[in-house]
Design a protein around this ligand. Structure first.
Ligand code: AMP
Ligand code: GLY
Length: 421
């Protein structure tokens, strides 16, 4: 069968690696892909949902896997389904869980699902009153719409009011900030929990932890994520059960009740405070870099899991996870996350490129010029180490980095530190 993967990051690269050795796959396409995905399949340079649908029809694509949020919130999966093309990714209506923080918070509120206290809207006075009413020193200001991971600001009350002003007048995030959510600040540790859903039922993939700050010890600016590991010992069975019963199950019921049943990957960003899970956010897709450390741990073929979701057979679906650990270290360009960086040639030796169950590299911001790979800004690749323990996986990830380099590369040295404390 022919499969099209929509997206261009290391997440999409790792999805491809998980499918590559499946004998059912005849050809992989990426839209748009990156300078390394063209080694795994064919990059298709088309833009716009109509063009993607037409490509799928004309090329007999049997399955489309949508990686990033933007095509989901724009309704690509609806359009594919209307044309009888199999797609893994929620509808536009279900993707609102990520597209609008106000929608998401209102669902949580209406169905009594645990989340930070909040107030939302665009009335500055009411929002400021709510800020004053909170008893925490720090408060959280969130733009309602998608801001590529930059729409959340944590500040003291005076700063928060200033930021609020800049969001509402459009100077900070444009239209995405024209409505905002104010939240109480939660002080705990974060987990990334992924549920593969078919509208009614779900299965849980190994738990993960992301590292959002640029620098070691969680210092520096927020990024798209500088590394992740899985599974995390911080997620006990008891905690996971709590998340399943009191967060994921009622969220699927809520979405069904709202006429927007959720099929696809539900990514729950959880904050654990005093052993109680709170929903920070929902994403409607695999996390990046979490995806890169979770997929290598699947013993059951990814394609079987995707098919069970699309065919609504998750309820009795049996799946197996390897008894291994995985650590992914993001290597970024010199100026990340502030501005673009010059193209730099990537040099490497002794690296496995074609199996995702051995330590490997997942490529993201790279271009390919005459068969040579160049770092092309942003997050360039993820070094994915696999081992019997997190320590071993971490050593394997950093060993990989010794064998691959480009000028100006930066990465954190402490990925998985919370698991190793
Ligand atoms: P979000 O996009 O809503 O997940 O927010 C991005 C990041 O901001 C989260 O991963 C947390 O690190 C932080 N954050 C968001 N909401 C809160 C909150 N209520 N309390 C503390 N930190 C938060
Ligand atoms: N790792 C966080 C995200 O994908 O948004």
């Amino acid at each position: 069968m022919k499969i099209l993967i929509v997206g261009s990051g290391a997440r999409e690269y790792s999805i491809a690696l998980s499918l590559l050795n499946d004998i059912r796959l005849s050809q992989l396409y990426f839209c748009p892909g990156n300078g390394a995905t063209c080694e795994l399949g064919e990059n298709i340079n088309i833009k716009g949902n109509e063009e993607i649908v037409a490509f799928c029809i004309n090329n007999n694509i049997a399955l489309v896997i949508i990686g990033p949020e933007a095509p989901l919130t724009s309704g690509l999966s609806n359009q594919l389904r209307e044309n009888n093309i199999r797609v893994f990714g929620p509808s536009k209506e279900a993707a609102k869980l990520e597209d609008s923080k106000i929608f998401m918070k209102n669902i949580l509120d209406k169905y009594n699902i645990n989340t930070a206290k909040f107030f939302s809207g665009n009335n500055k006075n009411e929002l400021c009153d709510f800020i004053d009413s909170l008893d925490t020193q720090k408060v959280v200001v969130k733009a309602d719409g998608l801001c590529a991971g930059k729409g959340v600001i944590i500040a003291n009350k005076d700063e928060a009011k200033k930021v609020l002003d800049e969001m509402l007048n459009g100077s900070l995030f444009g239209e995405a900030g024209s409505s905002v959510v104010i939240e109480e600040y939660l002080d705990g540790f974060e987990l990334s929990i992924f549920a593969i859903c078919d509208g009614d039922d779900f299965i849980i993939l190994p738990s993960a932890q992301d590292h959002k700050r640029l620098l070691d010890n969680d210092l520096g600016p927020n990024t798209g994520g500088m590394g992740a590991y899985s599974p995390t010992p911080l997620c006990s069975d008891e905690l996971l059960n709590d998340i399943k019963q009191n967060i994921i199950k009622p969220t699927l019921e809520a979405m069904k009740n709202e006429g927007a049943e959720f099929c696809g990957v539900l990514f729950c960003g959880i904050m654990v405070v005093n052993n109680k899970p709170y929903v920070l956010e929902f994403n409607v897709r695999f996390g990046d870099p979490e995806c890169e450390v979770i997929l290598p741990l699947l013993k059951t073929p990814l394609l079987d899991i995707i098919n069970a979701s699309i065919d609504k057979k998750i309820k009795n679906f049996k799946y197996e996870i390897l008894d291994k650990s995985c650590v992914g270290v993001v290597v970024a360009s010199k100026n990340y996350p502030f501005q673009a960086s010059p193209k730099e040639e990537i040099r490497y030796s002794k690296i496995n490129f074609l199996s995702n169950q051995l330590s490997h590299i997942s490529f993201a911001g790279v271009s390919n010029i005459d068969g040579k790979l160049y770092a092309d800004g942003g997050r360039v690749f993820v070094a994915v180490g696999i081992g019997d323990t997190i320590i071993e996986a971490k050593q394997n990830a950093y060993k990989l980095i010794e064998n691959i380099s480009f000028k100006g590369m930066q990465f954190r040295n402490d990925i998985a530190y919370r698991a190793l404390k």
